[in-house]
Write a protein that binds this ligand. Structure first.
Ligand code: BGC
Length: 715
C-alpha cells in the first residue's frame, strides 16, 4: 500500500492531518494545510537551517512565508470548507511520488456547485521548486476568480520572524517577495509564476507582504479550468542572490506534466534504495513506508550544516531542534539505505564540534560534549524551564541540557556505525575519527574515581529514562561511555596503521599524550557497570531501592506516569519513560549474552511507560522482543509505534512527526522482524522472525557500496 487517504472532512482532526499530509523534499517541508486556509489551522513551511531567535527555546525554525495561498472565488463566493456543504471529499498522499491531492465537490452557501482538485508537491528533482495545481469543474454558468499569493504574514504560534524587504512583479504572470528574519538576518526569497488554462490577463495586487495575482475566468458547466502555481524559493544560506535563484527556479519548469515527471522519476530512484514491502499486513507496510517517506522528505541532500529535528520539518514541536533521536533512531535508516544523507548529518556534528568543545569547557571538562538540543550553531538550546504539567502557570526545570551526557556517545556511535556499514575509511579518518576521539576525551575527563565503589563513574546525570534526573552511574551512559573510550583507542591504533599522518595530526590537535591515553584505558577498564551476578543491570545507583509500581493498577489511563506522579515524585518510583538498560543492550549486542538480555528485558519491560512515556521506546522494545523470539509481544510494541503518527495514539501528532519513532519503525522491521545482523568483518546474515500473518517481508539495504535485497517468507 502506497497511499494515505482521508475520505471525509473532520475539522477537529485537522492538526493531526496537517502533520501526516506534510510534503517535502529534504530542503523544506510544508504541512498539509489547505490552500484556501481554515480556522484553527497550523499552517507552516519549514526550511532547513532557517532559525531565528525565540524566547525560552533560544532559537526555532522560522515558519517561512506561505507559498500555498490560493483563493478560488466561485461567482463571488470564496471556496471554504467552513461554509456551504462538502458533498464529496478525498485527500490522498501518494508516498511513491510525494504528491498530495485533494478532491472536493462543494456547494456554496448560494447553491453553486463545483468540483475542485488541488495537487501539490515539493520537487525532489529541483529542491528550490514547489508546485501546486488547481482544477475546477463548475456545475454552473458564471465566473471563477483565482487569487494566488505569496504571504509573509505568518508566525510561529504567535511569534513573528519576518520583515519584508521588497516585493514586486517580474512580468504578467510572475511576482516575487523578499523577506529577512528579524534576528538571524537570513534572507528568504519566493517567486510565484502562474500558468492558467485561460488567456485572460492577471491583475496584480501589491498588498504589503502579500503580492497577489488575480484572474477572472468564465465558468461553463462541465468545463474544467486549471491554474498551475510554480514557486521558486531560496535563502541567503544557499546563494548570495536568493531572489535570482527563486525567480530562475520558478521559471524553469515547462509545465505541470514535465515537473511532475521529474518528480516521479526522482522519487522512483529514492525508493529503489530503501523500498520495504510486507505482504499480509497492509497497516505495517504503510507504516514503514510512511516512516521512510517522512524521513526522506526531512533529509538534507545538499547541505551538511543542518540536522533533522525531533519532529522533522513537519511541525512546531521541539522547534526544529535535533537530539540523540538523529544518531540512534534515524541515522541507521540513512546509513543502510542512503549513505550520502547519513554523511551530511554526521558532518553537521563535525561542524558543530567547536560548540561542543565550548560546552564541555564551560562545564569544566575537556573534549566534546554535544548539545542535548542542537540547532544552527550546535550551542545548547535546550530550554531551561518549561510550563509544569499540573499547573501551566508554574515552571518546571528541564535538566537534560545540563545532565544528559550520553548524547556525546550517541554521536560517536552514529559515526562509527556509518564507518562500519559503508566502509568509507577516508571519510572516517577525516571526520568520524575526530568525533569519536573528542567525545572519548570528554568522557574520560567527566569520569570520576569513586573511591567507595572502586571504579570510575558519572555522578549527577540523566539517562535515556528521563523520569529520573540527577542520578549516579546511569547504566546506558556508563556502558556507552566505556564503549566510546575503547572505540577511540581502537580508532587511534587503526589511524596509526592506515592514516599515520592523520593520527599524528589528531594526537597533536587533541593533545592525546601517552599519559592521557593510559588514563583512558584505566577509565574504560574500571568503569562501574552495576551488573548483578545474575546479569541484571541496575539502571542507576539505588534504582532497585525505589518504590516499585504495578503499572496495571493505573489502567485505563490517558496520561504519562510523569504527569500522574508529577515530575519530582516520579523520581522515587521504578517507572521508566523509555528503555534505558535495554537500549545499551540493543546497541552493543556483542557485549551481552542472550540470557542477560532476557533477564533485563523481563525486569524492565513491565516497569516501562510504553503507552504514554516516550515515543522512542516502543520500536526499540519491539526489536529486543524479536531478538528474544517473543514475536507477538514485539508486534504489539511495533503497532504502538506504527500508530503514533498515523493514528495519533499519543494525541500529539499535531506537533509534528515523531521522527525517532519513524526511524525506529524501520529498524524494527529490518533488525527486529527481518533479523538483519552485520558482523564486524562486514559479512551479514538474517535471523527473521515474522509475525504469523506476514506472508512475506522484503527490504533493501546497502553495505559497503553494494545493494542487497532480502526477502523472507513465501515467494
Ligand atoms: C525523550 C527524549 C527525546 C526527545 C525528543 C523526549 O521526550 O525522552 O529521549 O530525545 O523527547 O524526541
Amino acid at each position: 500500500m502506497w497511499t494515505l487517504d482521508e475520505t471525509s472532512f473532520d475539522p477537529s482532526k485537522q492538526r493531526h492531518k496537517e502533520t501526516i499530509f506534510t510534503i517535502g523534499n529534504g530542503y523544506l517541508s510544508t504541512r498539509g494545510a489547505f490552500e484556501e486556509g481554515h480556522s484553527g489551522e497550523s499552517r507552516a513551511t519549514f526550511v532547513h537551517g532557517v532559525f531565528d531567535a525565540a524566547p525560552i527555546v533560544f532559537t526555532e525554525l522560522a515558519n517561512a512565508p506561505d507559498w500555498l495561498s490560493l483563493q478560488v472565488v466561485l461567482d463571488g463566493e470564496k471556496f471554504s470548507l467552513a461554509q456551504g456543504e462538502v458533498l464529496e471529499y478525498h485527500r490522498q498522499l501518494d508516498l511513491r511520488t510525494g504528491v498530495l491531492t485533494r478532491r472536493v465537490r462543494w456547494k456554496s452557501p448560494n447553491g453553486k456547485i463545483a468540483e475542485l482538485r488541488f495537487e501539490r508537491f515539493a520537487s525532489l528533482h529541483d529542491e528550490h521548486l514547489l508546485a501546486l495545481r488547481c482544477q475546477v469543474t463548475p456545475e454552473f454558468e458564471g465566473e471563477i476568480e483565482w487569487r494566488a499569493a505569496l504571504n509573509a504574514h505568518v508566525d510561529n504560534e504567535g511569534l513573528r520572524h519576518w520583515n519584508v524587504t521588497r516585493q514586486g512583479r517580474k512580468n504578467g504572470q510572475t511576482v516575487w517577495l523578499e523577506t529577512i528574519t528579524r534576528q538571524s538576518s537570513i534572507t528568504l526569497a519566493l517567486a510565484m509564476r502562474l500558468l492558467s488554462s485561460h488567456s485572460a490577463a492577471f491583475d496584480y495586487w501589491d498588498a504589503e507582504g502579500q503580492p497577489t495575482l488575480c484572474q477572472r475566468v468564465p465558468a461553463r458547466p462541465g468545463q474544467t479550468i486549471t491554474l498551475t502555481k510554480f514557486v521558486g524559493i531560496a535563502t541567503s544560506r544557499d546563494s548570495d542572490h536568493p531572489l535570482v535563484l527563486a525567480l530562475e527556479s520558478a521559471a524553469r519548469p515547462q509545465g505541470w506534466e514535465a515537473a511532475l515527471q521529474a518528480q516521479t522519476q526522482a522519487w522512483a530512484r529514492e525508493w529503489e534504495q530503501c523500498e520495504v514491502s510486507i505482504a499480509g499486513d497492509e497497516e505495517a507496510e504503510l507504516a514503514v513506508r510512511f516512516s521512510l517517506f517522512q524521513l526522506l522528505i526531512a533529509a538534507p541532500r545538499h547541505d551538511n550544516r543542518v540536522n533533522i529535528g525531533a519532529k522533522t520539518l513537519s511541525g512546531f514541536g521541539y522547534r526544529g531542534h535535533a537530539f540523540w533521536d538523529t544518531e540512534i533512531f534515524m541515522l541507521p535508516v540513512f546509513t543502510f539505505t542512503a549513505p550520502h544523507i547519513a554523511r551530511n548529518l554526521l558532518e553537521y556534528r563535525h561542524l558543530t564540534l567547536p560548540a561542543a568543545r565550548e560546552k564541555a569547557r564551560q562545564a569544566g571538562y575537556e573534549g566534546a560534549w554535544f548539545a542535548w538540543e542542537s540547532a544552527d550553531t550546535g550551542e545548547e538550546v535546550t530550554p531551561t524551564w518549561v510550563p509544569d504539567f499540573h499547573d501551566k502557570k508554574k515552571l518546571a526545570r528541564v535538566w537534560t541540557g545540563d545532565l544528559a551526557i550520553h548524547i556525546s556517545a550517541d554521536v560517536a556511535y552514529g559515526a562509527w556505525q556509518y564507518w562500519r556499514i559503508t566502509g568509507q575509511d577516508d571519510w572516517y579518518a577525516r571526520y568520524g575519527a575526530e568525533l569519536v576521539l573528542d567525545t572519548a576525551k570528554f568522557f574520560a575527563s567527566r569520569a570520576e574515581w569513586l573511591e567507595e565503589r572502586g571504579g570510575y563513574g558519572y555522578r549527577d546525570v540523566i539517562g535515556p529514562d528521563e523520569y529520573h534526573d540527577h542520578v549516579d552511574n546511569n547504566a546506558y551512559t556508563n556502558i556507552l561511555a566505556r564503549w566510546n573510550i575503547e572505540t577511540a583507542l581502537e580508532t587511534l591504533t587503526w589511524l596509526e596503521h592506515h592514516h599515520p599522518q592523520r593520527a599524528a595530526e589528531l594526537k597533536e590537535t587533541l593533545n592525546l599524550t601517552p599519559e592521557r591515553l593510559a588514563h583512558w584505558q584505566d577509565v574504560a577498564a574500571r568503569m562501574i557497570l552495576n551488573v548483578r551476578p545474575d546479569g541484571l543491570i541496575e539502571q542507576f545507583d539505588g534504582f532497585f531501592r525505589l518504590k516499585d509500581v504495578n503499572l496495571a493498577d493505573y489502567e485505563p489511563r490517558t496520561k504519562s506516569m510523569h504527569e500522574i506522579f508529577g515530575i519530582e515524585a516520579a523520581n522515587h518510583y521504578q517507572v521508566l519513560k523509555q528503555p534505558d538498560v535495554l537500549m545499551a543492550l540493543y546497541l552493543l549486542p556483542e557485549r551481552f549474552t542472550p540470557e542477560q538480555v532476557r533477564i533485563n528485558y523481563d525486569y524492565y519491560t513491565p516497569r516501562t511507560d510504553h503507552t504514554y512515556g516516550s515515543s522512542l521506546g516502543p520500536s526499540m522494545q519491539a526489536i529486543v522482543a524479536c531478538q528474544m523470539g517473543d514475536v507477538d509481544e514485539a508486534y504489539e510494541h511495533f503497532l504502538h509505534a506504527a500508530r503514533a503518527d498515523l493514528r495519533d495514539v499519543r494525541g500529539n501528532a499535531g506537533d509534528g512527526i515523531h521522527a525517532a519513532s519513524a526511524g525506529g519503525i524501520w529498524q524494527a522491521v529490518v533488525f527486529g522482524f527481518g533479523g538483519l545482523r552485520i558482523h564486524p568483518d562486514g559479512s551479514w546474515e538474517t535471523h527473521p522472525r515474522l509475525p504469523s500473518h506476514w506472508k512475506n517481508l522484503a527490504f533493501r539495504f546497502t553495505l559497503r557500496g553494494q545493494q542487497h535485497l532480502v526477502t523472507v517468507g513465501e515467494a
